[in-house]
Design a protein around this ligand. Structure first.
Ligand code: LLP
Length: 419
């Protein structure tokens, strides 16, 4: 990630040495680059040049208000999956007309809040949800704009935990029954059919799975049109991968050029294209800074015990995910050894990286790379560990997006029974 690079013997975020941020705010610390956010956004804008594309940032990847506000000001909409995420978008003054609401388990109260806010579209994932949405909308005296999230049964060629477009997944409506459910939707009083939607998985690095899904959706859209159901937009979900190690990410333009070709060929060039990118908007715009507490040289393995843990970054232990580990002030003269980077939590699964060659000493700072997506948002307070602070770097300046939690706040709402 170009916004996190060495200058001399120091790792910087834009024009700020990471060691200065660790000094001022302590560790573990999430550090984001505003410039990297803007570059990620620009890649989508360039790819969409001259076409009707709405980029709805998949905010589950990183929902800090400071990040959301940046994307809002750049013109993004939002893909939300809960009433909580809706509240965040409204809190920054985001345009509800640019919100799509995804998720398999929408509650009636969440539907109600989204209808009142006036979201662009509900991405409906089951017949039961369709029924409930129609009822809630009627009770509100409104009509819910709906896409069906279709499960196209394609293999996204990614980690099984983050692959969502296969038959065995809980997501979406199987493509073979979609025409029937669309007819049902079109007949319901509280529902207006406006789009078609799919999301096949995450960290995808090839166009193949997208194009397979698109082809299936195009067949569906044509058959709907024959039945008089005309949609206005096509939502292809998120899922574009980033480079963690040696992956070759798929640039938005490489995908969209092919998508537009296919739409044009089918005479569907007028459809609005909606995208829901999360990881590719923020993943390489953030690092997790941590300090080495102890080095422990064992017979079988060497451990670097750091002050960040699985509660701060769950991806390694949950998905076996690989994140780069860079010394903030490398010790070029020291001999390197092979370390497992582990946290202080009382679980063997508490590791951040394995088998890394590093020349480090106690007290050194390490940057866990590519931590901007699904990092802080998946953190917990396990072991009564306050969640990390989040900082946004902007050139040679920086802003606290979220202060470190205090220990007292972690148990503030708790109480004991009278004795
Ligand atoms: N739209 C829907 C309906 C989704 O379920 C997701 C992500 C996205 C958009 C954004 O996908 P992205 O562009 O970020 O790939 N925690 C996992 C990733 C889970 C993705 C869940 N859905 C991880 O850390 O790898």
């Amino acid at each position: 990630a170009p916004q996190f690079a060495y200058r001399g013997n120091e790792l910087y975020a834009e024009d700020v040495p990471l060691s200065r941020l660790a000094q001022e705010f302590g560790t573990p610390l999430y550090v984001y680059s505003r410039r990297a956010l803007r570059e990620a956004w620009a890649a989508y804008r360039t790819a969409a040049e001259g076409r009707n594309v709405l980029v709805c940032y998949g905010m589950k990847a990183n929902s800090n208000l400071g990040v959301l506000n940046e994307f809002k000001n750049l013109g993004a909409g939002f893909d939300i999956v809960s009433g909580g995420e809706l509240a965040r978008v409204l809190a920054i003054g985001g345009d509800p007309g640019k919100i799509v609401f995804s998720g398999v388990g929408k509650q009636a109260a969440e539907m109600q809040a989204a209808l009142r806010a006036g979201v662009k579209c509900f991405n409906v994932e089951s017949e039961a949800e369709l029924q409930r949405l129609s009822q809630v909308a009627q009770a509100e005296g409104r009509v819910a704009a709906v896409s069906l999230r279709v499960n196209p049964d394609v293999d996204a060629q990614t980690h099984p935990y983050i692959s969502t477009g296969l038959k065995q997944n809980k997501f979406g409506i199987a493509i073979d029954i979609a025409p029937r459910v669309y007819r049902q939707a079109a007949a319901l009083p509280g529902i207006e059919v406006v789009g078609a939607d799919c999301h096949i998985g995450s960290q995808i690095t090839e166009t193949g799975p997208y194009l397979d899904a698109l082809d299936k959706l195009l067949v569906l859209i044509a058959s709907l049109a024959e039945q008089g159901i005309h949609i206005k937009h096509l939502d292809l979900g998120g899922g574009l991968g980033i480079r963690y190690k040696d992956e070759t990410p798929l640039p938005p333009k490489a995908l969209l050029d092919q998508v537009f070709d296919r739409l044009d060929a089918q005479g569907l060039g007028h459809l609005q294209l909606v995208l829901e990118p999360g990881r590719s908007m923020v993943g390489n715009a953030g690092v997790l800074l941590t300090r080495v507490e102890y080095l422990k040289h064992g017979e079988a393995r060497n451990f670097a015990i750091v002050d960040a843990a699985m509660n701060d970054l769950l991806r390694p232990t949950l998905y076996d995910a690989w994140h780069g580990v860079e010394p903030v002030q490398p010790r070029d003269g020291d001999p390197a050894q092979t370390y497992d980077i582990v946290g202080p939590i009382c679980e063997s699964g508490d590791w951040l990286a394995r088998d890394r060659r590093l020349a480090i000493r106690q007290g050194d700072l390490l940057a866990i790379m590519s931590a901007g997506a699904y990092g802080f948002v998946m953190s917990s307070q396990y072991n009564t560990r306050p969640r990390a602070a989040e900082i946004m770097v902007d050139g040679d300046r920086y802003h606290v997006l979220r202060p470190r939690e205090t220990v007292e706040s972690l148990y503030a709402g708790e109480s004991a029974l009278p004795w």
